[in-house]
Design a protein around this ligand. Structure first.
Ligand code: XIL
Length: 364
C-alpha cells in the first residue's frame, strides 16, 4: 500500500515538473495545433458524421472544419427562391459541440452552381441582385458561427487573366472587361453582410511564384491600397506531382502576400499519389515522398506568423475527391488511410507542429 502510494506520488511529481517546464503531452494533431495557436482543419461532409470513426477522428485531430460542398450555391440554393441551410447547419452544430471553428466555402464560383442559375438567362442587373442577395442571406445566416469565408473562389486563369464566367462576363454582374472589379463588388457586399467575418480570396496553383499568383498578389495589393475589404488569401495546395518545382517558392509567396497585411490560409491541401488499375498504391515509397510534401507546406506556413490556418481537403483516404477527379489514376492523398490509421504524412505534420520555427524574414 505504502509503496503504491509513493509510486503514484512520484508520478504526480514527474507530471507537475514536466508541465512546469512546458513539456506537453500532445495526443493529437489538434493538441499540437492548439499549443501552436494555429488552426488545423479538414473539409467535411455532414452526411458522414454518423460514421463513428469519421466523427471521432475529426473531433480528435482538428480544431477547424469547412464544408466540402454543402455551403456552395448548388447545395444552398436548390431554387431561386429557396435556401437550404440544413446540411451547412449540421456542420456548424458539429463544430460547436466540439469547439471547432468553421470556415465557409464559397459565395462566388464559376462551378458547382445550380442548373437554374448556370443555364438560366439573366441580365447583368438580375445576376448582380441575385449575387448580392445570396452573399447577404448566407453570411447573415451564419454570422457569428462562420469566422471566415472564401468569398470568391478560383477567378483567375493560369496566365493571370480573369477567367470568363457567369459572374465576370457571361454575362457578368455588370463589370465585364473590368478586371477584378466584380471581385471587389462581392467583397464589399460580404463586408456589409457580416462585418466581423474574415473575407478571403481562394485559388489553386497559386502556391509558388507564377503568373497566376502574381495576379492574385497584384489584386490584393490594389485592394489594400484602395481600402477594398479583404482579410486573407486562401492557397488551396492540391498537389499532383512531387517534384516540388511548382511549390518551391511557396515561402517567398507567403512572405509577399502577408507583407500586404493579409492572412494566408492553406485551404485544401492534398497530395495525390499514383494508383494501379485496381486502385492500389503503385509504389509504397510514395508515402514517404507525400509526407515530405506535407512537411514542406506546413513548415512554410509555420514559419510565417500570418499563415494562420492549415487545412486538408478531407482527412481520410476513404473519402476524397481525388480518385473521382483523376478518373481513378490518383488517390491516397490525405493524412489518414482508408481505415482511419495515420499515415507518414500525419506524423510529419505532428513533428513540424512540435518543432520550433523561426520566421526567416525576422532574422536570427
Ligand atoms: C470539390 C469537391 O471536393 C467535390 O466533392 C465536388 O464534386 C467538386 O468540388 N477547389 C475547390 C473545391 O475550391 O470546392 C473543390 O471541391 C476542389 C477544388
Amino acid at each position: 500500500m505504502l509503496i503504491r502510494e509513493s509510486l503514484s506520488l512520484r508520478l504526480v511529481l514527474i507530471l507537475l515538473l514536466a508541465t512546469s517546464r512546458g513539456i506537453t503531452f500532445a495526443q493529437s494533431l489538434r493538441d499540437d495545433a492548439d499549443h501552436r495557436k494555429i488552426l488545423v482543419g479538414a473539409a467535411v461532409n455532414p452526411a458522414l458524421f454518423a460514421e463513428a470513426p469519421y466523427a471521432s477522428t475529426l473531433m480528435r485531430e482538428f480544431n477547424m472544419v469547412e464544408p466540402e460542398n454543402v455551403m456552395k450555391w448548388g447545395a444552398v440554393r436548390p431554387a431561386q427562391d429557396k435556401f437550404n441551410f440544413g446540411p451547412g447547419d449540421e456542420v456548424v452544430a458539429f463544430a460547436q459541440s466540439h469547439e471547432m471553428k468553421v470556415r465557409g466555402h464559397c459565395l462566388l464560383w464559376s462551378e458547382h452552381n445550380p442548373a437554374w442559375l448556370s443555364k438560366g438567362s439573366f441580365t447583368p442587373e438580375q445576376l448582380s441582385n441575385l449575387l448580392r442577395e445570396h452573399i447577404t442571406t448566407v453570411m447573415k445566416h451564419y454570422s457569428g458561427r462562420v469566422f471566415a469565408w472564401d468569398v470568391v473562389n478560383e477567378a483567375f486563369l493560369a496566365n493571370g487573366a480573369i477567367e470568363p464566367s457567369i459572374w465576370y462576363d457571361s454575362p457578368g454582374i455588370g463589370f465585364a472587361g473590368k478586371g477584378t472589379a466584380y471581385i471587389e463588388q462581392a467583397l464589399r457586399w460580404a463586408r456589409a453582410a457580416d462585418p466581423k467575418a474574415l473575407l478571403f480570396y481562394n485559388d489553386y496553383d497559386t502556391e509558388g511564384l507564377n503568373a497566376k499568383s502574381d495576379a492574385v498578389y497584384t489584386m490584393v495589393k490594389d485592394f489594400k491600397k484602395r481600402g477594398v475589404p479583404i482579410d486573407g488569401v486562401g492557397i488551396q495546395a492540391h498537389i499532383f506531382n512531387f517534384d516540388m518545382k511548382e511549390i518551391s517558392s511557396l515561402a517567398a509567396n507567403l512572405a509577399r502576400l502577408t507583407a500586404l497585411g493579409v492572412q494566408v490560409h492553406i485551404t485544401e491541401m492534398d497530395v495525390a499519389l499514383p494508383l494501379d488499375a485496381r486502385g492500389a498504391l503503385l509504389d509504397q515509397a510514395a508515402l514517404a515522398r507525400q509526407a515530405d510534401v506535407y512537411r514542406f507546406v506546413a513548415t512554410a506556413c509555420l514559419q510565417q506568423p500570418r499563415c494562420t490556418a492549415f487545412q486538408t481537403w478531407g482527412f481520410t483516404d476513404k473519402y476524397s475527391w481525388i480518385p473521382g477527379y483523376t478518373k481513378g489514376a490518383k488517390g491516397r492523398a490525405l493524412l489518414f488511410d482508408q481505415v482511419y490509421a495515420p499515415k507518414p504524412a500525419y506524423n510529419a505534420l505532428r513533428e513540424e507542429l512540435e518543432r520550433e520555427h523561426k520566421n526567416p524574414s525576422s532574422g536570427p
